[in-house]
Design a protein around this ligand. Structure first.
Ligand code: ASC
Length: 149
């Protein structure tokens, strides 16, 4: 048993140091994952944006549920779904050549969607409207720089 310990530690260290790309069986899976994330984000942000824009009546519980989902979904793809070697889909090569800018915009999204969830918790439609606009701007500025048309 004791002789196995070094091997077990080595195996554990290897598992921890596997590159993020290896979270996915193949690069296309990373592309599929981030497209799925963006699809869900569009659905749930769309529902709260519709309330903010007055296209559907404000419903505090639905706004909160959607805002919480948007904030959670916003955190999902940044640690692996854009790893080196996963180029493809509508991702522009600039994602990998301008990583600091990409990181800054993704951090801003996490930040702004967190504020949207806080606004929804406070049941304040004016704050939700302000936050929906800020999140929308954040989506747009990242897509303008990093998403292929
Ligand atoms: C969405 C969606 C985007 C953003 C953007 C906001 O629902 O698919 O790309 O919001 O349109 O400006």
């Amino acid at each position: 048993m004791n002789r196995l310990v070094p091997f077990m530690l080595a195996a554990a260290c290897t598992a921890l140091s596997v590159p993020a790309a290896a979270q996915f069986a193949k690069p296309e899976d990373a592309v599929k994952y981030r497209q799925s994330v963006m699809f869900l984000q569009n659905q749930h942000f769309g529902r709260i944006a519709a309330m903010a824009n007055g296209r559907v009546p404000y419903d505090a519980a639905a706004a909160l549920a959607n805002a919480d989902l948007v904030a959670t979904i916003a955190k999902l793809p940044w640690s692996g779904a854009y790893a080196q070697g996963t180029e493809g889909g509508r991702a522009k090569p600039e994602i990998w050549t301008e990583q600091a800018k990409f990181k800054e915009l993704s951090d801003t999204l996490v930040d702004e969607t967190g504020k949207l969830a806080t606004a929804a918790k406070s049941n304040n439609l004016d704050a939700i409207k302000t936050s929906v606009a800020a999140v929308g701007e954040t989506c747009k500025s990242c897509h303008d720089s990093f998403r292929k048309r």
